[in-house]
Design a protein around this ligand. Structure first.
Ligand SMILES: C[S@@+](CC[C@H](N)C(=O)[O-])C[C@H]1O[C@@H](n2cnc3c(N)ncnc32)[C@H](O)[C@@H]1O
Length: 449
């Protein structure tokens, strides 16, 4: 499993359920396998630094399949109550059964060194010469330093919340369901699933555990699995105030795999509107088609920067491709795969998509820009830059949420944009901003020759 995630750059949350089914583990063993896999991937960067100290060499010099075993063993030693003997012995045995027998002695020696101290002891070793408070927190919570720093910058005046935020990132998230508007209410969905109603979206229900795919309400397409923050983004896009009548032409410019398109489609159906979904990847466009097949949604496979659509949309949701730093708790391996160097390229794409969204929306219509990242370059800076245009006015997203019965109104910051946070709202760290297009001055500037 770890090897598959490493070699195929697969996502653990997509791969693990089928691997567990194949292995036919009972519920307890499956829960343990899940905890060990996710935990080892989530803490990998920290484990690697500890392993490097214990092995006396950089982890890049360790054979990758052997390193996978050492990481798994080190995770058990430092993060679980599994006894040291059991953790070391099963790791050595795994080396033998995987045909890495000659590495058994190495695995044994490194893990014995790792087991000589507990987690706090190792964190103290790694922090020995580190004085910067954010860097110290990053080590202690197994976050890359650049990510902890980006979070601190985004929290700004609330940077004292950083320890809570990083801890929330490390906790296993609840399953969030969305009751589809017009199909079932959150109250009914909570009753039939045994869940509890959410607090950020009026359609949300939380489940503590379980496989949501097996729920009747999900199979019958009355509900979907969707983070509460994402639900609010789609609702806000449908409710932002326009100038003039809503003509019912809505656009979802980056629609794949279709979570928000489903919510937007269900809301559009109630309002008598239709949604055009645009997605550049053929495969993801197909996923949107399948997810929205009963809803008034038409899907186009195209580049959102120039999709060839007639302008004049009343509402445009731009859920931009982003670093995903706001959803690290749902993707255990993600924090170690991303780098600060990924951000500038994403920002260019986001800017071009936002320009396209503003070309496609009619004067008086609204673009709801969203990212599942709190990185300031992808969020506030992007919106400040767009706001320099004279045909854009910013809407206060807090007011939009206040107008939605049952939506969150607490901890939304100073506006006009809203940043949701896992530690405050229990959601992914979704950012949203509302940009309304105003008719730009039709008179061309006079030139004095
Ligand atoms: C953040 S995801 C959107 C998630 C989606 N709104 C949902 O709720 O399921 C961004 C999507 O944008 C797509 N994308 C990337 N570049 C694009 C482009 N130039 N035009 C349209 N879609 C693009 C990606 O393939 C990805 O599916």
């Amino acid at each position: 499993m770890m090897t598959a995630v490493r070699e195929r750059a697969a996502y653990a949350n997509l791969l693990l359920p089928s691997e567990l089914r194949k292995a036919r583990l009972d519920t307890r063993d499956a829960a343990l396998a899940t905890e060990l896999t996710y935990g080892t991937l989530r803490t990998q960067g920290l484990l690697d630094r500890i392993i490097a100290e214990a092995a006396g060499r950089p982890v890049e010099e360790i054979d990758p399949p052997v390193l996978d075993l050492v990481r798994l063993g080190a995770y058990q030693l430092l993060f679980t109550r599994i006894g040291a003997h059991a953790a070391v012995d099963t790791s050595v045995e795994a080396a033998r059964t995987q045909g890495l027998g000659r590495a058994g002695a190495f695995v044994n020696a490194v893990l014995r060194k790792v087991s000589a101290q507990d987690l706090d002891g190792w964190v103290a070793v790694l922090r020995k010469d580190v004085t910067d408070p954010v860097a110290r927190l990053a080590v202690g919570t197994a976050h890359p330093e650049w990510i902890a720093r980006a979070f601190a910058e985004s929290l700004g005046a609330d940077a004292a919340e950083l320890p809570e935020l990083l801890a929330a990132d490390d906790a296993r998230p609840k399953v969030h369901l969305a009751a589809l508007p017009g199909a079932i209410s959150a109250e009914e969905l909570a009753l039939v699933t045994g869940g509890t109603e959410g607090v950020v979206s009026p359609y949300a229900v939380h489940l503590d555990s379980g496989d949501p795919g097996t729920l009747e309400a999900v199979r019958d397409r009355l509900a979907t699995v969707q983070d509460e923050g994402s639900q609010v983004v789609a609702i806000a896009a449908s409710r932002a105030p326009l100038v003039g009548e809503d003509g019912g032409r809505w656009l979802d410019l980056c629609a794949g795999p279709g979570g928000k398109a489903v919510m937007l489609g269900a809301l559009a159906e109630i309002e008598g509107a239709t949604v055009t979904g645009v997605e550049v990847s053929e495969h993801r466009a197909d996923l949107v088609r399948e997810a929205t097949r009963d809803l008034p949604v038409t899907v186009l496979t195209a580049d959102g920067r120039d999709p060839g659509l007639e302008p004049g949309f009343d509402r445009v949701l731009l859920d931009a491709p982003c670093s995903g730093l706001g959803a690290l708790r749902r993707r255990p391996e993600a924090r170690w795969r991303k780098t600060a160097a990924d951000i500038p390229g994403l920002v260019v794409l986001q800017r071009e998509l936002l320009e396209s969204a503003l070309r496609l929306v009619r004067p008086g219509g609204v673009v709801l820009y969203a990212t599942c990242s709190p990185h300031l370059s992808e969020t506030v800076s992007m919106i400040r830059e767009a706001n320099r245009r004279d045909d854009v006015e910013l809407l206060d997203v807090r007011e939009i949420l206040e107008g939605i019965d049952g939506a969150a109104t607490e901890g939304l910051g100073d506006g006009p944009w809203v940043q949701l946070w896992p530690h405050r709202h229990g959601t992914d760290a979704m950012f949203m901003a509302g940009l309304r297009r105003v008719a730009s001055d039709p008179t061309p500037p006079t030139r004095e020759d």
